[in-house]
Design a protein around this ligand. Structure first.
Ligand SMILES: [Zn+2]
Ligand SMILES: [Zn+2]
Length: 104
């Protein structure tokens, strides 16, 4: 992992541990990885082939924080398929940022 400093990684790990996932999802390293993953799959959902709108972690960030920034642990998906991956909750972390801001 050479695209970021150890300090940055530590900060991300602390955010994950403290349930500050919103900060993680807004961080530079995650955005970069997300963009790379989308490009790699041609912006297509890996489940159904439709347009991908988000990037899913195969192993949960919360359970495997060290895999949070591994390209092999993420896959682009559309909202519909992604909701099936997380039946227990709405994909609140993947809502566009303005949705949150609008609410306040
Ligand atoms: Zn899909
Ligand atoms: Zn997911």
């Amino acid at each position: 992992m050479d695209l970021m400093t150890k300090q940055m990684l530590n900060k991300l790990l602390i955010w994950i541990k403290e349930d500050e996932l919103v900060k993680f999802y807004q961080s530079g390293p995650w955005r970069k990885l997300r963009a790379t993953a989308l490009r790699m799959y041609g912006n297509k959902c890996t489940k159904c082939g439709k347009k991908a709108t988000m990037v899913h972690h195969k192993k949960k960030v919360k359970d495997y924080p060290l895999l949070a920034l591994q390209l092999s642990n993420v896959e682009p998906q559309c909202n519909k398929c992604h909701n099936k991956e997380h039946p227990e909750k709405l994909s609140k972390y993947n809502q566009p940022k303005f949705m949150n801001e609008e609410r306040w």
